[in-house]
Design a protein around this ligand. Structure first.
Ligand SMILES: [Zn+2]
Length: 245
């Protein structure tokens, strides 16, 4: 039995029995962990204010021998997503981050680059300026998961996609117009240029708020790529599509 303390981001909670919760937590030192928080719904002292998805916190937990599940002892909130105003779009953005992280991260496998991406994107996700961080997160999580193809080359002939590219729900990567598959969506050349810039620059330098139609095609391409790899439909992406993004 060993005691640990780690920076973490809360991904999801499930009712367990009585006032216990099952919790999925993305920790810096050990990656995604699942475990039980005894009496979490009663004990404001040990867990109070830190049970909302995408809360950044410090988690104290015990790793039990020969068990996958850990025992969460207490959380100390560092940044709550509810400390800033929330509207429907910001709530949907937070839901997307939590759903994607929960789906892409393997358990007990630290991933420092994804861990550093998360609070940086969260800090930019504010009412009135959500579309840029949503897009940035979707692009980088796809890349850091190893699923992003060359964004400016046809996957079949390697031709540069200076006139834009085409993507298909059932296939990896982008194609040129010659190798376009029936039923493909299109990716605008401006979106490709924007993606290349996002791959070079930190999220904090991406500038002014975006209108919701900026890089909409890029988000669709990225969500389809993620969905194909995680083999499930992103419910939070539906909410964002309904909001016009
Ligand atoms: Zn081609």
């Amino acid at each position: 039995m060993s005691q640990h303390s780690s920076e973490a981001v809360l991904l999801r909670t499930w009712p367990f029995h009585e006032s216990d919760l099952m919790i999925s937590l993305f920790t810096r030192e050990a990656g995604k962990l699942r475990g039980v928080a005894k009496a979490a719904l009663k004990s404001r002292k040990r867990f109070g204010g830190a049970l909302e998805p995408m809360t950044c916190l410090r988690a104290n937990y015990t790793q039990l021998p020969r068990q996958d599940l850990v025992r969460f002892e207490s959380f100390e909130p560092v940044v709550s997503p509810l400390a800033q105003p929330v509207d429907y779009l910001r709530a949907a953005a937070l839901a997307l981050y939590a759903e994607v992280l929960e789906a892409v991260l393997p358990e007990h496998d630290p991933h420092d680059a994804i861990f550093r991406l998360t609070p940086a994107v969260l800090a930019e996700t504010q009412v009135g300026r959500c579309w840029m961080p949503i897009t940035y997160f979707s692009l980088w999580i796809t890349r850091l998961s190893g699923w992003l193809p060359d964004i400016d080359r046809c996957t079949v002939c390697a031709e540069r996609l200076s006139a834009g590219g085409f993507f298909h729900a059932a296939w990896d990567g982008l194609t040129c117009s010659i190798h376009r598959r029936e039923g493909s969506g299109t990716l605008d050349p401006d979106s490709i240029v924007l993606a290349l810039r996002m791959l070079r620059e930190p999220v904090s330098t991406m500038g002014e708020p975006w209108p919701r139609d900026r890089a909409r095609d890029l988000r669709r391409f990225l969500w389809r790529t993620l969905e194909r790899h995680i083999e499930h439909h992103l419910r939070a992406a539906d909410a964002l599509l309904q909001l016009g993004g």
